[in-house]
Design a protein around this ligand. Structure first.
Ligand code: NAD
Length: 484
């Protein structure tokens, strides 16, 4: 029997009940059962967390970077020890397969590893004799209290895009997990609490919109990082910048995948299938619209359908399962509505996943993969982010035709091309408006030492996530000009 006491917040080094009166049920999406409750914390809880973080900031920011990163080395070791447990927790609360969860936890750990390089990556620069006997030096200094707001689709990974970098730079930190998947983030904080982190340096406040809005408005927070859908990313960016904060807000996506006639389909199609249906399509880097160029259309479509048909849907914890459920019953209903709409709009439904069920998990939020052909750029399935296992195929005449479709779309997160021509690949990479480009790669996810984030309506802000940008985002540059 699951403990349904609303989850506590972690504030000032202690687990404390939220002041919330409402809660959101957390489900195991494969079973459809309630496994926990997320309290809808209030502005008072945010205030308490910011107060604890502000109180911890003076001592933490004065702690030498090399000592700050010792905490992260311990954290990394604990994450390795609890790797399998964390991956299972991600699958239990999110639904993705265990292998997919392992991959995401690995990506999170990679961020901790990169943040451990803070003593080098925080270095400033200087110049002697900018004038005769005058020297100039630039030092990076932490900002203060920083906040991050996470989406549901990568429970353990997305918080680690921010937390290790923020605290390695000497900031203190407040995290709001997605109310749909709070459990692995709670576990991350339990592990962090074992790493000699001073109280108040990292805090966790569970909740929903009220917490986000309180974070955007709170005068004690200097910077806000957000990951989620485009409308909320835009709103958070506007509200928090209006309140004078530094903001990076990563939004939604509609990622186009181009297949050239010279692509090696034997190698490309398994990768493309994984891009479209991996994590049941709940990935901001998922391929969603396939643009086969010229005569490759028929072959690519047939192979995509055959590969999709061979996916094994089920509980992500079970061996052999290759696609788990989507996050909730409401989300499954939304995906089904999109498939209905694609049919009504005149696209050809080649594979229909709407009625797929898993026999021994009748209450799970399962939906099978769907594939549409003949998708026009004006159809909702070709333009909206569905965030489910629905592939749209739209044949194009040439690369220019593909670019007309891609450039007309407001999102520009990731895009991929499959080709055996270096010249075509170079042209694609050069012309793409999306900021993350894959060449014979289906999910163009930059590793933690490179910047992560899209363009246009997929990203609001200037500095991207992790890599060197994280050290820029989480510090201010102070210039000292001296004459002695
Ligand atoms: P979401 O926008 O619904 O929620 C994200 C966060 O915002 C959650 O913590 C939620 O509690 C909060 N929130 C929701 N509605 C709000 C509102 N009206 N006002 C203030 N806060 C609100 O997104 P989601 O469904 O959790 O995640 C899926 C979305 O995230 C997809 O659009 C996906 O593309 C996007 N995403 C983007 C990236 C990226 O790198 N660009 C990465 C992962 C996910």
């Amino acid at each position: 029997m699951a403990d349904l006491t609303p989850l506590p917040n972690f504030i000032g080094g202690r687990w404390r009940p939220a002041s919330a009166t409402g809660h959101v049920d957390v489900h195991n999406p494969a079973h459809g059962t309630v496994i926990a409750r997320t309290p809808l914390s209030t502005g008072a809880d945010v205030d308490a967390a910011v107060g604890a973080a502000a109180a911890a900031f003076p001592a933490w920011s004065e702690t030498p970077p090399v000592a700050r990163t010792q905490v992260l080395f311990k954290f990394k070791a604990l994450l390795e020890t609890h790797f399998e447990e964390l991956a299972r927790l991600v699958t239990t609360e999110h639904g993705k397969t265990l292998d997919e969860s392992r991959g995401s936890v690995r990506r999170g750990i990679e961020c901790v590893e990169v943040a451990c390089g803070a003593p080098s990556l925080l270095m400033g620069y200087g110049l002697e004799n900018v004038g005769r006997g005058i020297d100039c030096q630039v030092m990076r200094q932490p900002l203060g209290v920083c906040a991050a707001i996470a989406p549901f689709n990568f429970p353990a990974m997305v918080p680690l895009w921010f937390l290790p970098f923020a605290i390695a730079c000497g900031n203190t930190f407040v995290l709001k997990p997605s109310e749909q998947v709070p459990l692995s983030q709670k576990r991350l904080f339990e592990l962090l609490a074992e790493c000699d982190l001073p109280p108040g340096v990292a805090n966790l406040v569970n909740g929903g919109r009220e917490v986000v809005e309180a974070m955007c408005d709170h005068p004690g927070i200097r910077a806000v990082s957000f990951v989620g859908s485009t409308p909320v990313a835009r709103a958070v960016h506007q509200r928090a910048t209006h309140a004078g904060k530094r903001v990076q807000a990563l939004g939604g996506a509609k990622n186009f995948v181009v297949v050239m006639p010279d692509a090696d389909l034997d190698r490309a199609m398994p990768v493309i299938t994984e891009s479209f249906f991996g994590c049941a399509g709940e990935r901001c880097l998922a391929g969603t619209v396939l643009l086969p160029v010229g005569g490759v259309h028929r072959d690519a479509l047939d192979r995509l359908v055959a590969a999709a048909e061979s996916l094994r849907i089920g509980d992500g914890l079970e061996p052999g399962v290759t696609m788990g459920p989507v996050i909730s019953g409401a989300h499954r209903a939304r995906v089904v509505r999109y498939v209905d709409r694609g049919v009504a709009d005149g696209a050809r439904l080649v594979l229909d996943g709407r009625t797929a069920r898993v026999a021994d998990r009748p209450e799970g939020f399962f939906i099978g993969p769907s594939v549409f052909d003949g998708v026009g750029p004006d159809m909702a399935i070709g333009t909206d982010e569905i965030f489910g296992p629905v592939a749209s195929v739209s044949a194009v005449a040439d690369l220019d035709h593909a670019f007309r479709i891609m450039d007309a779309h407001p999102n520009a997160n990731a895009t991929s091309i499959f080709t055996s021509s270096g010249r075509t690949a170079r042209e694609f990479s050069h012309r793409a408006t999306a900021s993350m480009v894959g060449v014979n790669i289906g999910v163009a996810a930059p590793m933690a030492y490179f910047p992560f984030g899209g363009a246009r309506d997929s990203f609001f802000g200037d500095l991207k996530v992790h890599g060197r940008d994280a050290f820029e985002f989480y510090t201010d540059k102070k210039v000292t000009i001296s004459r002695w």
